[in-house]
Design a protein around this ligand. Structure first.
Ligand SMILES: Nc1ncnc2c1ncn2[C@@H]1O[C@H](COP(=O)(O)OP(=O)(O)O)[C@@H](O)[C@H]1O
Ligand SMILES: N[C@@H](CCOP(=O)(O)O)C(=O)O
Length: 335
């Protein structure tokens, strides 16, 4: 559980009232998450009980946050299932709590599915493609702040903590990703606002029905293919306690890709660069997990994710050409 900032109840209640969300009756720190402080806020409004999520942003500042919150507002307005930020009477959706930026968003129903099946992957793949298309006319722009520039800055910071073999792997992969980013095929990739962290724990389901994507606070302008690769690395792998090496599961990967392509078929450049982006997705999360592990912040309670998992995923993507061939195979696109 990550609760970096203890929000006084009275301060939260005043914000809830200002947002016309009723009377705050409960405020519970949320388990899970590593980036921000999150609370469930229970409110009584017109005799009904509603739940919202109150987030205090720990690393992101007032400059970057409008992008994420307006993106959620934009997507929600287009019917994509994402939490909608609550606005005050002036239309402002970015607020201040305990001296830090804060937001209140709608709580999604259901729970995350950590051992997804084909139907879950189908639902996420299709919704991801719809989200990409819905983001095309979003007016604001902000780079993916955990993209290549950040990798170039952060690899030297974590290098002193790595073994010689890890050192060699991460430097080689960084060099490869810089090379890929300079390719004409990379320049040709379609792009727009992407979630960039759409892991299993950032999607809610009721049974097999998807109720929404959340945690947009790593979103940014990037290639749609990178977003897809991040998902394939997390959703479509063997989810077993004894197999945490990131091997792809063909049925899940094909279901995810088919559903995605039923909405938006991949371009030739995307097919060519999917293996490179799968590696990029693995590097991105290996690096951020190393950074969180070796350079932790103060927190009331904090469980950093295991960096070793994404080191294994990266090694797996490098070693198993057959897994990449599987993903490059043409997918059935309904007429
Ligand atoms: N809009 C939401 N609806 C329902 N639950 C949410 C919502 N936002 C966050 N949560 C809950 O809070 C937990 C932590 O949120 P998350 O955004 O992943 O935190 P962090 O940004 O710190 O990584 C999630 O696992 C989920 O249970
Ligand atoms: N998904 C990332 C960590 C980001 O944390 P989140 O709880 O905000 O998704 C990872 O698994 O390393």
């Amino acid at each position: 559980m990550a609760v970096y900032t203890d929000v006084p109840f009275a301060e939260a209640a005043a914000l809830i009232e200002r947002l016309d969300l009723g009377v705050l009756t409960g405020l519970r720190g949320i388990q899970g998450g590593i980036e921000n402080t999150n609370y469930f806020a229970t409110c009584e409004h017109d005799g009904q009980t509603h739940e919202h999520v109150l987030t205090v942003f720990e690393r992101l500042g007032f400059d970057q946050l409008p992008y994420y919150l307006r993106l959620m507002q934009h997507l929600a307005g287009k019917g994509i299932p994402v939490p909608a930020p609550a606005a005050d009477s002036q239309g402002e959706i970015l607020h201040t709590l305990a001296g830090k930026p804060a937001a209140v968003v709608t709580k999604l129903r259901g729970r995350s599915e950590l051992t997804p099946g084909v139907r879950h992957c189908t639902a996420v793949g299709g919704t991801l493609a719809r989200m990409h298309l819905a983001g095309r006319d979003f007016a604001l722009s902000q780079p993916n702040l955990r993209g290549l520039s950040w990798w170039n800055e952060t690899v030297p910071v974590v290098l002193p903590h790595l073994s010689p073999a890890q050192n060699e792997l991460i430097r080689a992969e960084l060099a490869y990703q810089n090379h890929v980013a300079a390719l004409p095929a990379y320049a040709a990739l379609p792009r727009g606002p992407v979630h960039a962290d759409l892991f299993r724990d950032n999607v809610m389901f009721e049974g097999e029905a998807l109720t929404g994507f959340f945690d947009f606070y790593f979103a940014g302008q990037d290639t749609w293919l990178f977003d897809l690769a991040v998902c394939l690395n997390d959703w479509c792998v063997v989810h077993a306690a004894d197999a945490t090496d990131g091997r792809h599961r063909a049925d899940l990967a094909q279901a995810f890709l088919s559903a995605y392509e039923a909405v938006r078929p991949l371009t030739a450049a995307e097919r060519e660069l999917l293996p490179a982006m799968l590696r990029a997705g693995a590097l991105r999360f290996w690096l951020s997990r190393l950074w969180d592990w070796f350079l932790p912040r103060e927190a009331s309670m904090l469980q950093p994710h295991d960096p070793g998992h994404f080191e294994r995923v990266l090694r797996e993507r490098l070693a198993r050409a057959d897994a990449l061939d599987l993903l490059r195979a043409p997918c059935a696109v309904p007429a």
